[in-house]
Each structure stands twice: as C-alpha cells, then as structure tokens.
Design a protein. Structure first.
Length: 325
C-alpha cells in the first residue's frame, strides 16, 4: 500500500516536472551577471541572450548584481528555485577559481548548479595604461619588479578572472606583492585604466579589443598559443618570452541545481542555436571572443571544463597564500 502510494507520488511529481518543462518558458527569464555592466561577462551575456530569447519566445532580462568578485550573486543564484527562471552567467573565476581562494564559500560550483553550456571563451591579455613606462611585457615585468610600491594593478575582486589570471602571471614571472585595486567588474576597471588612474591589469579580450585597437590602452601580450585575429599586432606571451603564462577564461550559462532535464535541454538548445547563428557569432568574434565548439556548448562539455580548470587553478592559487575567510 505504502509502496503504491510512493509510486503514485513519484509519478505525479514526474508528470508535473514534464509539464513544467513542456510549457517552459511561460514568463521572462532572469540571467544574473555577477559583475558590473560593460565588462566581459555582461557583454557576452547580452549578446547570447538576445538570440536565445528569440528561440525561447520569452525575454531574457540581464540583471547585474556585482560584489565580492562575483561570489555574492553566485551564492544567491545557487539558492534560487531551479525552475529555469533564474540563471547565471557563471565564469572561470566564480566557478573554478573562487573555491581555492575563499575559506567558506557559500556554494560548490559542481554540486550547486545545473550546467547548460559555455557561451564564450576569452583569451587573457596583459594591458597597461597608454602612457605607462613599459612598451613590452618584459619591460612591464622589469618595471614592476623595480618599482613594486609605485604600481597599481586593477581587478574585478577576489576570485574574478582578472584577479586570478594576474596571480598566475605574477607568480610565473616573479613579480612581488603589489597594490591591487578591486572594482565591481573590469568594465569600470578598464574605464580607470583608460583614464590613467591605474597602471595595468590582466583581462579578457572581450573588454579590451576595441580599446587596444583605438590606442586607449597598450595591449602588451595575449596569453594564447596564437595571436588573436582581431589584435594582429599584439604578441603572444610566448613571443614576448613568457610562454608559461597561457590561459583563457570562459563564461557559461548555469541554473541552480535540480533544474528539470527538459528545461536544461531547452536552454542548451537555445544556446547552441545562438552560437550557430552567424550574426551572433560575429558579434562575439569581432570582440576576439572564441565561439565554443559543439562539445563545449553542451552541459557535459561545460561540466568537464569546470572540473578541468578547478583542478588546474587549485595548486597555483593555494600556493599564492591568499585566503579569504
Ligand atoms: C573578471 O575579471 O572576472 C571579469 O572581467 C569580470 C567582469 O565581467 O567584469
């Protein structure tokens, strides 16, 4: 009797979930960006969600909830209802680096989220203000080592991609501790770099390409195997003599854990259609963002990349000795 009641309950639950997925989405969807407007996470979220909205037949509203290197908003989304109406544009910082830096992070990337897929892969560059003393990566490293008290490095807060990748850059090149200025995103950080308020930073290409091309900041090196087609004059870190510093970021759509499989599949399909759309892909590639391949844009592909980068970053980040309680 008890067994029959349980089976009946489970079947009703399953049917309810199936109906929910079938009718999804019935109202606008919120896509949380855990950083300020105008930065790479925000720009990629807006480009991709515009096309996804068309496929899904509902508006996707991008909401910027910046703070604590993206970890505050990420924790908030982890605790939201897994109904497909609250999503997050997670990224390598919040979902691979932050666990190695925060002692009591309020979420576990792999356990608390349902992956949808990667929306954009973002080569990292080292950039300096346009009248900075150094004109090459080597000159920047030498200058910062000789003048550690005089230099300010911008980032988007502890755990962000800009913060994390510059830890790697500094540890590989032997740069000592310097003054860091944390912003709510690299959108506002870049504004200050252009204005000459800070000296340099490590950031994703999406934000930087137009400003480097316009000569508003100096692109010293790109941390990828090959030069970017949108920045043909910027040497790779290997060409600059520091080939050990190679890294790209990524931005990816996720939902709170427990998202029904049918909704996950609809979102993954909409993401795939957005990235397969020529005009949408061009908006991303014009900014140097690499369009994820067929595997990377799937839930399984995202889960694999998240696991890979969490492992990759754990050693160097823990070795940096930076821990936030
Ligand atoms: C980061 O450093 O993680 C990002 O650039 C943040 C942002 O999108 O502003």
């Amino acid at each position: 009797m008890l067994r029959r009641t349980f089976i009946g309950f489970a079947a009703a639950l399953l049917m309810g979930t199936a109906a929910m997925a079938q009718n999804y989405p019935e109202k606008p969807i919120t896509l949380v960006v855990a950083f300020a407007a105008g930065g790479p996470t925000d720009v990629i979220a807006r480009i991709v969600s515009e096309h996804m909205s068309k496929t899904l037949g509902q508006q996707i509203v991008v909401e910027n909830l910046a703070g604590a290197g993206g970890t505050t908003a990420t924790a908030k989304v982890a605790g939201a209802a897994p109904d497909g109406y609250t999503l997050i544009m997670g990224q390598m910082g919040t979902h691979a680096a932050a666990p190695s830096l925060y002692e009591s992070l309020k979420y576990k990337p792999a356990e608390d989220f349902t992956p949808v897929g990667i929306a954009g892969i973002t080569p990292i560059l080292v950039v300096a203000k346009k009248d900075f003393q150094a004109n090459t990566l080597g000159e920047l490293i030498d200058y910062v080592k000789a003048n550690p008290d005089k230099v300010n490095q911008a980032n988007a807060g502890v755990g962000s991609i800009s913060f994390t990748t510059c830890i790697l850059f500094k540890s590989i090149t032997g740069i000592p501790k310097i003054n860091e200025v944390a912003y709510k995103g690299t959108g506002p950080a870049l504004n200050d770099l252009v204005a000459g308020q800070v000296d340099f930073m490590c950031d994703q290409i999406t934000n930087l390409a137009p400003q480097i091309t316009a000569g508003n900041v100096k692109g010293l090196a790109i941390a990828t195997v090959e030069r970017s087609p949108v920045l043909p004059d910027v040497p790779t870190t290997k060409e600059a003599g520091f080939g050990d510093f190679q890294i790209s970021g990524w931005n990816a759509i996720m939902a709170p854990k427990g998202l029904p499989a049918g909704i996950q599949a609809k979102l993954a399909d909409a993401l795939n259609k957005a990235l397969s759309d020529e005009a949408t892909a061009k908006k991303l590639t014009d900014l140097g963002t690499v369009v994820p391949n067929a595997e990377e844009r799937t839930p399984a592909g995202l889960a694999a990349v998240m696991e890979r980068d969490s492992k990759l970053l754990e050693g160097p980040l823990k070795a940096s000795g930076i821990t936030i309680k």
